[in-house]
Write a protein that binds this ligand. Structure first.
Ligand code: SF4
Length: 347
């Protein structure tokens, strides 16, 4: 693990600017991101909320549901992942789900209020015949009126184009952490492999969902390095999922020191400031945050959550609990349920 990082440069982030890119306030050096992270918390929250309200309706939270359509048996060795075949986590390898079952899950997600449906498959890289099968799923889910997202591993350029032609809206491929810490987390692929897939996704005209994981034993400078990498993508991702490690027994990172909740809030705030038009999503680990910390994350600029009782193979707050929390906070147009709370949607 290195203690200092060079600024994220055009050399490490080799993605091209596109005409439809969200306006980018960068480029961001790691030192500049670190300086934001190190601000007094209330100053940071004030700045993040100010940026947020300039770019987004205050009370709008996107609800995205993620379904594991092909679980376990993955040949990669991501140290955080219970689906890696080499780790003894109790997750059994399963085949790709049948279209009818995926459609039922997508309809249920829509009925519960989700607007985006993400399909995840535990592959290192899909084969062309896998892309054909997933393309059929994408078409069916899109037919329900949901935005579609897929996370299938590394893609080649023609595969990204095939997914686009099937109607895919977003492709998820996380950078996970800073490049300098990446080798401590996974050794079966390189950081540049991630960037290459992201480039193929961009070149195909798909929107990018790309974020990372904190609480994996990384140093503060690596958190700053991750945010700098994401913010310096040209353009930066339309969706930025920020995960807090779910420490699953049997994975190499199971004994990592949990991240301080306020440090997690800081990362959300800095993601908002550096990527003002991105959907910043509270992702894995939300169950551990509790309601008060989630409320602070919304104040810091998070405006998307993964919604549904399960997140791939780990737990997530149940739908009723999320609806109660949104109501308590007066988000998504709901009347605040707490006495004396501000009117919903006040900007
Ligand atoms: S994170 Fe994805 S690529 Fe890594 S082991 Fe898990 S399923 Fe495989």
């Amino acid at each position: 693990m290195s203690s200092t990082l060079a600024p994220a440069t055009a050399q490490t982030v080799q993605l091209h600017r596109r005409a439809a890119a969200p306006a980018a306030p960068g480029p961001w050096s790691v030192a500049a991101v670190q300086a934001l992270l190190d601000q007094p918390l209330l100053d940071l929250l004030h700045e993040a909320q100010t940026v947020h309200r300039r770019h987004w309706p205050a009370g709008d939270i996107e609800l995205a549901t993620l379904l594991s359509v092909k679980t376990g048996g993955c040949p990669e060795n991501c140290g955080y992942c219970p689906q890696a075949a080499g780790f003894d986590t109790g997750v059994r390898a399963e085949k790709l789900m049948e279209p009818d079952a995926v459609l039922r899950a997508a309809q249920a997600a829509k009925d519960a209020g989700a607007t985006r449906f993400c399909m995840g498959a535990a592959w290192r890289a899909p084969k062309d015949r896998d892309i054909e099968k997933v393309s059929a799923l994408i078409g069916a889910v899109k037919g329900l009126g949901l935005q579609t997202c897929a996370t299938l591993g590394m893609l080649e350029a023609h595969q990204a184009r095939a997914l686009r032609d099937a109607g895919l809206d977003y492709y998820n491929h996380n950078l996970d952490t800073a490049p300098e810490y990446y080798g401590d987390v996974v050794s079966t692929r390189a950081y540049q492999d991630r960037l290459d897939t992201l480039q193929h996704v961009r070149d195909a005209g798909l929107s990018v969902c790309c974020g990372g994981i904190v609480g994996m034993g990384e140093a503060p400078v690596h958190r700053a390095g991750l945010i700098a990498q994401l913010a310096n993508l040209q353009p930066y991702p339309e969706s930025v999922p920020i995960n807090s490690l779910v420490r699953v027994p049997g994975t190499p990172l199971a004994d990592s020191e949990p991240i301080d909740p306020f440090d997690f809030v800081r990362i959300i705030a800095v993601a908002r400031i550096t990527m003002p038009r991105a959907r910043v999503r509270l992702s894995a680990g939300r169950q551990q945050l509790g309601e008060a910390v989630q409320a602070l994350c919304f104040l810091a600029g998070a405006n998307s959550i993964f919604y549904g009782d399960k997140l791939l193979v780990t737990g997530n707050p149940d739908v009723d609990a999320d609806q109660r929390l949104l109501a308590k906070l007066g988000l998504n147009g709901q009347r605040p349920s707490a006495p004396g709370a501000a009117p919903a949607g006040r900007a």
